[in-house]
Design a protein around this ligand. Structure first.
Ligand SMILES: [Zn+2]
Length: 285
């Protein structure tokens, strides 16, 4: 059973959140949320949505409403602190005790994130507060405050892509564990848990440009692209016959390519070319 996870990158648009040391909270939390989404989808097979995936402003009640209307199983709001402290902390709604199920899930997510950064940052603990996104969401919810943007030492960490990766891995592992999701694949090459057939399966990828044309491009090369995307859970048509893997480069395949490109910081044009090929290869090798 998959789970529906709503990730909520705080602030956005005209509301930058905390700003200091050439950093804006709204940019950092969007990055962390996108990285977390990718891991939850790829490694845990979760269904993940973001309340915002671009630099736009959404009010707090709308964020909660998006999660409620979707029927999310878990809600995580991601923030960076400001105001002269240092370290990492998380919040649950203050009407819920640490012993409540939300409190227990908070502890799991909190510990999972902190485990990834404990050599570098302090732990301010699991806290509770009457915050709108925690109060108005109907499902278990957490809000994470990932270091202080106005503390030079914290800001230096937040400028490192590898530190944001660690935060994202902590969020993904913790949320997965809190909602009971197990790994469906591993992006780690060290793994031995996967059956040999999967590990040794070689994904061949064509060189050249593939896109939607009339008549549609078709053949083994297109199928190779579709197989590689499907291996990373970007199905041309999930749930359809063979998940839409049909050797035709149609709009659905272009859409799968576009989703993959979006997730990996490429120009999301739905056209398979050298950059998309390189990114697919790197993930599948
Ligand atoms: Zn914030």
């Amino acid at each position: 059973m998959t789970k529906k996870i709503m990730l909520d990158p705080g602030h956005g648009g005209h509301d930058p959140g905390a700003v200091a040391n050439n950093l804006k909270e709204k940019d950092l939390v969007l990055k962390i949320a996108k990285k977390t989404k990718a891991i939850l989808e790829k490694v845990y097979g979760a269904t993940v949505k973001l309340t915002r995936s671009t630099d736009v402003y959404i009010d707090l009640s709308q964020r909660a409403r998006l999660a409620n209307n979707w029927g999310a199983d878990y809600f995580a709001s991601i923030h960076i602190n400001g105001g002269g402290g240092t370290g990492f902390e998380t919040f649950r709604f203050d009407k819920l005790s640490a012993a409540s199920s939300t409190g227990k899930q908070q502890k799991i997510v909190h510990d999972s994130i902190y485990k990834k950064i404990k050599e570098k940052a302090g732990d301010r603990g699991t806290k509770s507060k009457n915050l709108a996104v925690l109060r108005e969401t109907k499902m278990p919810a957490i809000l994470t405050e990932n270091l202080f943007i106005d503390r030079e030492k914290d800001a230096a960490l937040l400028k490192q892509e590898s530190f944001l990766d660690a935060l994202a891995a902590g969020h993904a592992d913790g949320i997965a564990s809190a909602v009971g999701l197990k790994k469906v694949s591993s992006i780690s090459k060290k793994t031995t848990a996967q059956p040999k057939s999967t590990l040794n399966k070689k994904y061949m990828l064509p060189t050249g440009i593939y896109k939607v044309k009339t008549p549609l491009m078709r053949g083994d090369a297109v199928k190779q692209i579709q197989d590689a995307l499907a291996a990373l859970y970007f199905y041309p048509d999930k749930g359809a016959k063979n998940n839409g893997i049909d050797s035709y480069y149609g709009p659905k395949t272009a859409n799968a390519v576009r989703r993959f490109q979006l997730m990996h910081g490429l120009i999301a044009d739905g056209i398979y070319g050298p950059k998309t090929k390189a990114n697919l290869e790197a993930l599948l090798k």
